[in-house]
Design a protein around this ligand. Structure first.
Ligand code: M6R
Length: 611
């Protein structure tokens, strides 16, 4: 989605803004722009395409100024082109606006402003904002922005500068469009995502819904849209700039896949005690043991990869806690009359904590009296302010659009949540819970073993990169592993892929199979191993090339598979963490062979803040 950055201080804002925009490229965009204020007034440059094009324009026609705004646009209203790129100006060319989100009533505002004589040049909804501010500007731009905010409908994050008031930047947020102020020494930064700030400061203030912030080089003033002052101290974030660098890897995605052993370790740290009991009480806020003993149902929601992590959670919770567990995509949950009540625990899973559908689902759940547990990677994000308790995944910044390490961290969090609930509710003998917790603590080493197979997987990937379509099969707790493997492949390599519960094959998808359609099956130990082996045999009988994620010593798999990607034996309930890594690597190497833009696949955004 769109990215916003702003700078005010003693330095030239242009290199800082371009550097920060580069750090937001991973979020997906189709054009970029910048506006600064200098002795000549408001000046800017913008261009369709990658940031490199804007950089080259600025090389030929340089800009400078110690206050400025930058933007990467992901088109919603109006095609990606130079004119529709942000910033957007008013008629006088003194006000510049950058904007994320959608102004729902832009058409009616545009008609009104046109009737008043305002001239529009773009097809965007954003342009109404600069003209509206101009129409309200009676010499106090902050007041003009305030009046403008009162007229805008929709979800947005926006940034404004005016050459009539060159000592401050103004930002406002309504809905799921993150904005974070970074506090420096006599300089201030603003960005829509943390990685854009890490180079400069780790002291941050998260702007919340319905808030406006006026930023000068020596500080910030936070208020409600109506002007009521809000006190919020800066929060020091633990992520560091090195985590958002490629560190010698060809792509962020590859680096993030290889970070998984340490991410699992980090997510477990301090949560399993010396007796191997999982204890999450200190972090779960009001979700205490008494409340957990009183719930009668669990509902899990999220989007994309987070949804798949939730599915693993569903199997874990059913197995260990024995409660009814429902799983629903957040985009369906919000419109599907969900049956949740005060006796329901809703788990909302989101890496970013800003995904519009997940946030809306979480609000609906809260509105119906359910207890909301957020599972989230970003401290202070929208989800973490809505929920009753947050179980943080500790994945660090994930720059590749394809979620990898944060998926593993989410599945780790699901294991912890299930072990915690099972202990509190006494649904599994303590000895068995401790056995699982101990096995969980050994997972980082097991994932490491799988990552050592990268070269073998690369060789398999070379053959598979010719495929038009690939089927991923799994059963039970590895059904979501198959879904996740298929999602990874399609999103970064653009090869059609389906994840299927293997038992469903003969109810339709088996018709797709022939010798050109590889089948990737997850066949590891557990009560469904023999069942899925039979499903793989059915695929083999249709001449499909068979690639199995399996144990090296499984003779039955060796008989049937064309290729085996060996994975270590772990407790079957924990296997999704180990089994997904080869599928991530397979997708990565296939996409790399095909020359795809692995970290920024076409049409995708890292965080989907629109519905
Ligand atoms: O930030 P979230 O976890 O809420 O994002 C949800 C999905 O958009 C996300 O998991 C998406 O499916 C992945 N980037 C795909 O790899």
């Amino acid at each position: 989605m769109c990215g916003i950055v702003g700078y005010i201080g003693q330095r030239d804002s242009v290199p800082i803004i371009l550097d920060s925009l580069a750090r937001l490229e991973y979020r997906g965009y189709d054009s970029a722009g910048i506006a600064v204020i200098n002795e000549q007034g408001l000046r800017g440059s913008k261009s369709v395409g990658k940031l490199a094009r804007l950089v080259s324009l600025l090389h030929d026609d340089p800009l400078h100024g110690s206050i400025g705004l930058g933007h990467t646009r992901w088109a919603t209203h109006g095609r990606p082109n130079d004119v529709n790129a942000h910033p957007h100006l008013d008629c006088s060319g003194s006000i510049a606006v950058v904007h994320n989100g959608i102004i729902e009533n832009y058409a009616e505002l545009r008609e009104r402003l046109k009737a008043q004589g305002h001239r529009f040049v773009s097809e965007t909804d954003t342009e109404v904002i600069s003209h509206l501010i101009e129409s309200h500007d009676k010499g106090d731009v902050v007041e003009a922005v305030r009046r403008t905010l009162a007229e805008l409908r929709g979800a947005f994050g926006l940034g404004v500068i005016s050459s009539k008031d060159p000592s401050r930047l103004i930002f406002a947020r309504n809905g799921a469009s993150p904005l974070i102020v970074g506090v420096g020494e006599n300089e201030m930064f603003v960005a829509s995502d943390i990685p854009a700030l890490l180079q400069y400061t780790r002291e941050t203030v998260v702007i919340q819904e319905g808030e406006m912030v006026v930023v000068g080089s020596d500080g910030y003033k936070l208020t409600s849209f109506e002007g009521a002052p809000i006190e919020r101290k800066a929060l020091r974030i633990t992520w560091n700039a090195a985590q958002a660098e490629k560190s010698g890897y060809k792509h962020f995605m590859l680096k993030e896949i290889f970070e998984q052993p340490s991410v699992v370790k980090e997510t477990l740290a301090g949560r399993i005690d010396e007796d191997y009991d999982v204890r999450l009480e200190p972090e779960l806020g009001s979700i205490d043991d008494e409340l957990l003993r009183s719930i009668s149902k669990i509902c899990i929601t999220g989007c994309g990869t987070a949804y798949h992590a939730g599915m693993v959670g569903m199997y874990l919770l059913r197995s260990l806690v024995g409660l009814p567990v429902e799983m629903e995509l957040a985009s369906e949950f919000r419109y599907g009359d969900p049956v949740v009540d005060p006796a329901t625990l809703v788990l909302a899973i989101s890496q970013s904590g800003e995904t519009a559908d997940t946030i809306e689902a979480a609000k609906i759940a809260k509105g119906r009296g359910a207890t909301l547990l957020g599972v989230c990677n970003v401290v202070g994000s929208h989800l973490t302010r809505l929920d009753d308790g947050t179980l943080y995944t500790r994945g660090g910044p994930e720059i590749g659009v394809a979620a990898t390490k944060t998926y593993t961290a989410q599945v780790t969090a699901m294991i912890l949540a299930a072990l915690h609930l099972a202990r509190v509710r006494g649904t599994v003998p303590p000895q068995r819970l401790r056995e699982i917790a101990r096995a969980t603590s050994l997972l980082p080493a097991a994932v490491d073993v799988v990552l050592n197979e990268s070269d073998r997987i690369k060789r398999i990937a070379r053959t598979m990169s010719e495929a038009q379509s690939v089927l991923f099969l799994g059963r039970y707790i590895n059904y979501p592993t198959a879904l996740e493997g298929a999602l990874k492949l399609k999103e970064i390599s653009y090869i059609h892929a389906e994840g299927y519960a293997a038992g469903e094959m003969k109810h339709g998808p088996i018709a797709l199979l022939d010798r050109r359609t590889p089948v990737v099956a997850v066949v590891t130990s557990g009560h469904v191993r023999e069942k899925i082996l039979s499903n793989v045999a059915e695929a083999k009988a249709r001449e499909a090339p068979i690639i199995c994620v399996a144990h090296a010593d499984d003779a039955d798999v060796a008989d049937i598979a064309d290729e085996i990607i060996p994975v270590p034996r772990v407790d079957p309930l924990l296997a999704p963490i180990v089994n997904v890594a080869p599928l991530q690597l397979l997708a990565y190497h296939i996409a790399d062979f095909k020359g795809c833009d692995v970290d920024q696949p076409r049409n995708l955004a890292k965080t989907v803040t629109v519905e």
